[in-house]
Design a protein around this ligand. Structure first.
Ligand code: NAD
Ligand code: UFG
Length: 352
């Protein structure tokens, strides 16, 4: 009987790139997604890129009955859980929707997995669970042991779900979970067929830069250049190519497969997925300009609420235990983002 990896939120940005890598790695995948921030077109393109079939079921994770049916219909061995809401600013405006979607969705999924005795769980957590690591000594680059302290409802949903997974694993010897704390994913598949397609005004730096470069927006706003401790005053982040990030999920699945639990408790472990290299906002603007030959006009404006000085990963644990490390440069990510943007200036809505 064919064994499947269930990918929740697989129509989205990171999910669609991960489904490509899973297919290339010989895994059979199924995607569930409610399409609140994505389009089914991404799955169609993943199928075309990989010459495989990817069964897609449109559902919301809060619909436990619909979710249960998927586990009855398919022989699922592993779940990679991307589905959720992810805009930091929006989460401060509609926190209850964030808790409901992210936390209730994850609890439902874990319950259904338990009912069907599905062992492997990979969870999309975020570096945002660390909050401001600069307030601790020797915690930049950030190791997994760094104390957590998320600064937004979004970040708290991630930390609560992590805690729920840790509690579930201590009570269920069948559960093996990888908590992947992503740093800043950027770029697109080198084919230019799939990429990030944000609705409305992009929140994130790279999609905004790309829209300026393609003429959809006039200028970038740089949110503050008065951060003490940054070489040019702008915040420092650890940007990683989305294809490298996608491959991290295969590394985590292999790791989980190799783990034997003691029959009393399950297994759970956190891994940072980052490069270990920090870039400022100006570094990124310049990398994009070098990679594309475009000039990005910008204004420096006030700081954005909730931004912290430095989120740079210490990725040693993932390097050693998952045998995973970043292969692609920020410049490569900028080139691939530009390729995707010029081929699909309006995202999936309008093919050129
Ligand atoms: P995305 O919005 O492109 O993908 C998330 C997908 O989940 C979307 O396709 C959306 O339609 C779906 N979804 C949302 N709520 C759902 C629900 N209740 N039921 C079913 N489907 C639902 O976002 P992404 O950038 O691909 O992020 C994927 C995951 O990685 C998220 O959990 C996000 O929090 C996490 N993450 C992202 C970043 C980042 O910078 N992109 C960084 C750290 C962590
Ligand atoms: N920035 C600008 N102008 C913009 C957008 C961003 O100057 O128009 C700056 C921000 O101030 C920040 C940097 O660019 O200094 C990166 O901002 P992003 O919004 O691209 O990314 P964040 O680091 O704020 O957050 C992202 C994801 C989170 C995730 C985090 C992990 O949105 O979900 O990375 O590091 F948790």
């Amino acid at each position: 009987m064919t064994e499947y990896v269930l990918v929740t939120g697989g129509a989205g940005y990171i999910g669609s790139h991960t489904v490509v890598e899973l297919a290339n790695g010989g895994y059979h995948t199924i995607v569930v997604d409610n399409l609140c921030n994505s389009s089914e077109e991404s799955i169609r393109r993943v199928e075309e890129l990989t010459s495989t079939k990817v069964p897609f079921i449109k559902l919301d994770l809060r619909d436990q009955e619909a979710l249960d049916k998927v586990f009855t219909d398919y022989n699922i061995k592993s779940v990679i859980h991307f589905a959720g809401l992810k805009a930091v600013g929006e989460s401060t405006k509609i926190p209850l929707e964030y808790y409901d979607c992210n936390v209730t969705g994850a609890v439902n999924l874990l319950k259904v997995m338990q009912a069907h005795k599905v062992p492997n769980f990979v969870f999309s957590s975020s570096a945002t669970v660390y909050g401001d690591a600069t307030k601790y000594e020797n915690m930049i680059p950030i190791p997994e042991e760094c104390p957590t302290g998320p600064m937004s409802p979004y970040g708290r949903t991630k930390l609560f779900i992590e805690d729920i997974i840790r509690d579930a694993a201590s009570a269920d010897p069948n559960l093996k979970a990888a908590i992947l704390r992503y740093f800043n994913p950027i770029g697109a598949h080198p084919s230019g067929r799939i990429g990030e397609d944000p609705l409305g005004i992009p929140n994130n730096l790279l999609p905004f830069i790309a829209q300026v470069a393609v003429g959809r927006r006039e200028k970038l706003q740089v949110f503050g250049n008065d951060y003490e401790g940054s070489p040019d005053g702008t915040p420092i982040r650890d940007y990683i190519h989305v294809v490298d990030l996608a491959k991290g999920h295969l590394a985590a699945l292999s790791k989980l497969d190799s783990i034997k639990t003691d029959g009393i408790q399950g297994f759970v472990r956190e891994w940072n997925l980052g490069s270990g290299k920090g870039s400022t906002v100006f570094d990124i603007i310049h990398a994009f300009e070098r990679a594309t030959g475009k000039t990005i006009p910008y204004d420096v404006v006030a700081r954005r609420n909730g931004d912290v000085l430095d989120l740079t990963a210490k990725p040693t644990r993932a390097n050693i235990e998952l045998k995973w490390e970043v292969q692609l440069s920020v410049e490569q990510a900028c080139r691939d983002l530009w390729n995707w943007t010029t081929k699909n200036p309006l995202g999936y809505g309008h093919e050129h």
